[in-house]
Write a new protein. Sequence first.
Length: 276
Amino acid sequence: MMTTNQLVNQIRKKQSFLCIGLDVDLDKIPKHLLKEEDPIFAFNKAIIDATHHLCVAYKPNTAFYEAYGIKGWQALEKTIIYLNKNYPEVYTIADAKRGDIGNTSTMYAKAFFEDLGFDSVTVAPYMGKDSVEPFLAFEDKHTILLALTSNQGAFDFQTKTVDGIELYKHVLETSKSWKNSENLMYVVGATKAEFLVDIRKIIPNSFLLVPGVGAQGGNLQEVCKYGMNHDVGLLINSSRGIIYASQNEDFAKAAAEKAEELQLQMTEELKRYSEE
């Protein structure tokens, strides 16, 4: 269990709002790990042990585990158990992008919140209120709603205007009226930094999960300038740029160096914000 306040305290303590994406592809991990009984978990464990003091959250993308069948799912389970047992102060995000109506959403929520014990899960808002509220019913768990993403297809629907307002703004505005909406966070892609001004007008206090800094070309300073609030309110995710920093036996050390580069930039941003 991790409340928003506990997350904010961790951010202040570590001077970091870094989230590390554990998107494990067996074709990309160092070859020597393939000899391990469970290469995915061996990789994750090494990355976590080397970086946990530099980040405040880990975000496994569930597709990368589902792709390997039962073994992949077991590796995900081992990873979350390892995190909750050894580093309970670190926030966990199941990046599953779920969303379905009623009972089905409740079952998805149970899978991630109760069975696996994640702090949060990402959810697609396309089916509206009764597809998201079942997730929000879980106390001290967050539902991270896709709002404005950093992929090309974002312009297909998200930025189209409906009644004179962009669709993603309708999503933000409407979601505030849902039951237990205080348990919401939102995904906003880093390549959309200039949109953050408008987004913060609608949801000034919510946390934003921001992918796309680094590999996808988003700019950390821009995101902080427009997106940071009094509780910091940002979790900035980096996956490939950190976890695949090296293909050699020193991969965990290389990952820690990349994570530290971002963490030091974050310390600067926190300092700048507190001085303003």
